[in-house]
Design a binder for this molecule. Structure first.
Ligand code: NAP
Length: 268
């Protein structure tokens, strides 16, 4: 009897951190992979490791998703190779520290392109195939920052994550009857290269150890959430409690407490 063909998961930002963990979780559940980011050497090492361990196919596509043409090229390359995307993990990202007025528009435009437009566009490009095949799993990696009040510094970061949460909730309702599940995964502080890339590691090292999440756990909970059709997953009991309090305590108090805490970890 011939083996039924495997489903394929496309993971963006698969060269580090949470993206690597998502790639490993999907492979462990027998998905073939398409791994994308800018650092090809990292992607090839991961593809080799995952194929050897799980016996799945892992294709590498190098792309800079802050380039507006990148999502269309990615879709075309996969279509030409006959690869159908059954699961999409929209994860690539970075933080832009500092005040809005002290950054250039080019920096902010690149941020929006990667963190908002590319996420929405990749979903828009791969969703029709998922609907037609009556199977789809979409993860948008958002953040607890999208669920608590905005703070000074990293100005568009929380806004971009709020966007992903609302987007995921609405889309989940549109597509659930087609067996396409959409989930916004909302981690709190997670041990990855994120704070090295945006040069806030020294500041972040002052945070107590117990606030940090492990990337593998974030990915495992995200995978379980999307498979069971949860529109929003907040990772870890600590962050679930914080989100609960932010929703239910008087908003003035929540605002002042968030602002006070943010001075410990945000570079305004
Ligand atoms: N770490 C946290 O505390 C935390 C908390 C909440 C949410 N998040 C979110 O989690 C997601 C993953 O971040 P992480 O913590 O895993 O950070 P990370 O370790 O720095 O990984 C970021 C990934 O995004 C990719 N990437 C960055 N810019 C890109 C671009 N222009 N084009 C294509 N790929 C790009 C990077 O690959 P290349 O550099 O090779 O391109 C890398 O694979 C982000 O959306 C972030 O906002 C993180």
């Amino acid at each position: 009897m011939s083996q039924p063909s495997r489903r394929t998961a496309l993971v963006t930002g698969a060269s580090a951190g949470i993206g690597v963990s998502f790639a490993r979780v999907f492979a462990a559940h027998d998905f073939d992979l398409v791994l994308t980011a800018r650092r090809e050497d990292r992607l090839r090492d991961l593809a080799g490791e995952i194929s050897a361990r799980h016996g799945v196919a892992a294709r590498v596509v190098v792309a800079d998703l802050s380039d507006p043409g990148a999502p269309a090229r990615l879709e075309q390359e996969l279509a030409e190779a006959g690869v159908a995307v059954d699961a999409l993990v929209n994860n690539a990202g970075f933080g832009l520290p500092g005040k809005y007025v002290e950054t250039t528009w080019e920096q902010q435009a690149q941020f929006i392109q990667l963190m908002v437009t590319a996420y929405a566009e990749l979903v828009h490009r791969f969703l029709p195939g998922m609907v037609a095949r009556r199977y789809g799993r979409i993860v948008n990696v958002a953040s607890v920052a999208g669920l608590v009040p905005g703070t000074p510094g990293h100005t568009l970061y929380a806004a971009s994550k709020s966007f992903l949460i609302k987007f995921s909730q609405s889309l989940a309702l549109e597509t659930r009857s087609k067996n396409v599940h959409v989930t916004a995964v909302c981690p709190g502080f997670t041990l990855t290269e994120f704070h090295d890339v945006n040069q806030t590691r020294e500041m972040m090292d002052r945070m107590p150890k117990w606030v940090w999440l492990d990337a593998d756990r974030v990915a495992r909970e995200g995978f379980d959430g999307v498979m069971t059709g949860k529109p929003v997953v907040v990772n870890g009991a600590l962050y679930r409690s914080l989100v609960f309090l932010a929703r239910h305590l008087p908003q003035g108090l929540v605002f002042r407490a968030t602002l006070k805490q943010s001075r410990r970890y945000r570079k305004p």
